[in-house]
Each structure stands twice: as C-alpha cells, then as structure tokens.
Design a protein around this ligand. Sequence first.
Ligand SMILES: O=P(O)(O)O[C@H]1O[C@H](CO)[C@@H](O)[C@H]1O
Ligand code: HPA
Length: 293
Amino acid sequence: MFPQGNQCYTYEDCKATADWLLTQTDVRPSVGIVCGSGLGGLAEMLKNQVAFNYKDIPNFPQSTVHGHAGRLVFGTLKGRSCVCMQGRFHLYEGYPIQKITLPMRIFKLLGVDTVILTNAAGGLNQDFKVGDIMIMKDHLNMPGFAGNNPLAGLNDDRFGVRFPCMSDAYDRELQQLAMDVGQELGFGDFLKEGVYCVLGGPSFETIAECRMLHKLGADAVGMSTVHEVIVARHCGMRVFALSLITNQAVMDYDSEEKANHEEVLQTGKQRAEQLEQLIFTMVARMEHNNNDA
Ligand SMILES: O=P(O)(O)O[C@H]1O[C@H](CO)[C@@H](O)[C@H]1O
Ligand code: HPA
C-alpha cells in the first residue's frame, strides 16, 4: 500500500493505518508521546494499556536501535487518553524521512492534538551537566539545510499548508507549564531550556563539529525529533519537546571523553523517574487543544 523510496505516503495510506488501529482499541488519544533512547519507561506510566508491536501494525516501520523497544502503547494518564511510541525511527536507520515521520500523521488521524517528544542529546552548552533536562525552545535543522525535509514532495492540503511557519514550533504555554511543574517538583537545578540541533548520525560529532554547532547557537545535539516536530506542526498539532542531556559533547582536544550509546542509555535510566514525573504532571494539567492549530 505504501510506496517505497523518497515519496510521501498519501493521506489515504496514513488513514488506512490509523483506521486499523482505531478498530483494535477503544482508546481515543488526545496526547501522543514519543520516547527517546533509553526513555521507553515513559510508556509504562500508562494505565489500562493496549499495546501493539510495530511489526504487527500495517505499514509501520520497525525499530532497529537498542533502547527503542518498537511498541505503540495506548492507555490513560491521569484520566487523559494517550498513545505512546516506545521507540522512534531515525534517518541513519536508512528509512526515507517521510517514513520516520509517518507516525506523526497517524497520531493526527487518531485524534491527537498535543505531541510530547523526548530525546537523548549531547550537551554543547557549557553550563549544562549530564542529567540536565532541556526544554526545547527551538531547533537547527541541519538535514533540512541540505534539502532533506519531511515535507519535501507534493503537499496534501488535508494535512497542512505548503509553507508551514516554524517560528512558533514549540508551544510557549507548554514550555512555561514545564518550567512551573519542574520548579514545583524541585527539579529547578537540572531543568534548563535551549536550542536542539539535529544531525543525520549515526556517527557522533567531531570536536570541530561540536564547536561549530555551539557557535551557531545550539545548546544540545542529537539525531532525531526535529523531523517529527516539522510534520506534527504541519498538521496542526501542538508540540512540546524535551532533551535529556545524556553526555557532554566533546569540545576540547585534550579531553579523554568519548561519546557512546551505552552512556546515553545509562543516563536515561538514572533520570527516567524525574522525566516521567515531569511529563505525567504536565499531562494532568494540560488544557485541551482543538487539533486544528
Ligand atoms: O534522539 P533519540 O532517539 O533519543 O536517540 C539519541 O540517542 C542515539 C545516540 O546514542 C541517537 O539516536 C540519538 O538521536
Ligand atoms: O552527543 C550526542 N550526539 C548526537 N546524538 C546524541 N544522542 C545522545 N547523545 C548524543
């Protein structure tokens, strides 16, 4: 049903997958959550779970990265219906960019109005420490500069406009809510805000690249999230995103540090509980959106 290669999946293709899911569960989610590397425990917060392995969902891609379980979990969080991706897709897995962002359009067609994305990221900002949680206020889309944008190709107006605005990509009210909730929970010491830069990966950055990204205004670097944000905003969903700073990006030729995925997963484990608490409390307090931004 879905064309392969660098083509957009049609509205009808996305609807077929959404409709299949809607026949399998009574949950009608208004909040969609994406778990970053090592942060899949977020999905375990959901009550009354109905879960699907990605391999059983028609046309869904498969997770290939350690720390991304590959399950779509429906359930409720503080009485609010949610759907949670326990594992996301990345460019470096070899999928076309339209395929890694397909779940955002399926979220939209399931009725989701607010998307919460999480990721593991390397800290470029010298004031950040490993274990800090960074509220994303903006992004730098490096693959996009090279023409690799998930919205490239024919535009279907049923999803959104040809030229969507991105200066308001990250919902300011939700950022404020996160700050307020974080302060209340006593997370003030490790709750930060900043700009996330996406690269293609899978190789980690060189020292020169980290220095350049920092000079360009990035506070954290990773290999995900931004493509999903673009597609989610295109179809009018409200977006909130968090980076867990799992490692310090290496900026100094004298440093003995080496970025590695094991450290990323380890830091995820250590901070998982607070991250879950933050999101759990935010969801409980969120106002509904009209799924029509
Ligand atoms: O962005 P998430 O999915 O959290 O994963 C991050 O962790 C992996 C590197 O350790 C990369 O995939 C990077 O993007
Ligand atoms: O240092 C990093 N660079 C890119 N992606 C990452 N994901 C976690 N840490 C990093």
